[in-house]
Design a protein around this ligand. Structure first.
Ligand SMILES: [Fe+2]
Ligand SMILES: [Fe+2]
Length: 154
């Protein structure tokens, strides 16, 4: 599915308040998978989640979907530099969704639906934080698709 200019305009408009916020911009300073910054990773998840929803006519709430996708990795630390390096990848996988949720709540006061999208995006790794909505399930899937693509392309 190829997005049209009006799709990009719609997405930009939904994310207006967030995209240029300094805390979101900070994600440009962190590496995600391969050579991608966390910021560009999150934008890819936004686009992929949007496409999945439109293409399969899932009728998700697009504001919740897009904001949740943009903020899903707003944990704001570099896990590559963590002193507990030997185990941090594993730990990071379990703990960063909650760190990102807390930041999104503190900085933007996002509602519970968006918080669930963020908190459950690593499911099934985080067993008890499971996707409770269509929006959360779509972002969970979109993140895995994007992360796989980024890892394979490095
Ligand atoms: Fe993540
Ligand atoms: Fe992610």
């Amino acid at each position: 599915m190829k997005l049209k200019e009006e799709d990009y305009r719609f997405i930009k408009n939904e994310l207006n308040e967030y995209l240029n916020h300094p805390e979101v911009q900070k994600m440009k300073g962190y590496v995600a998978h391969g050579r991608k910054t966390l910021y560009s990773h999150c934008l890819s998840v936004v686009i992929t989640a949007y496409k999945i929803n439109r293409q399969f006519k899932l009728n998700a709430n697009e504001h919740t979907l897009l904001v949740g996708a943009l903020l899903h990795d707003l944990y704001l630390y570099d896990w590559h530099d963590h002193p507990l390096n030997w185990n941090i990848f594993k730990m990071h996988g379990f703990t960063h969704p909650e760190a990102a949720r807390k930041n999104a709540e503190r900085i933007f006061n996002v509602d519970e639906d968006i918080q669930n999208v963020i908190k459950s995006h690593m499911w099934p790794l985080t067993l008890r934080s499971y996707p409770k909505s269509k929006e959360a399930a779509i972002v969970c899937l979109a993140d895995k698709l994007v992360a796989t693509r980024e890892t394979l392309r490095r």
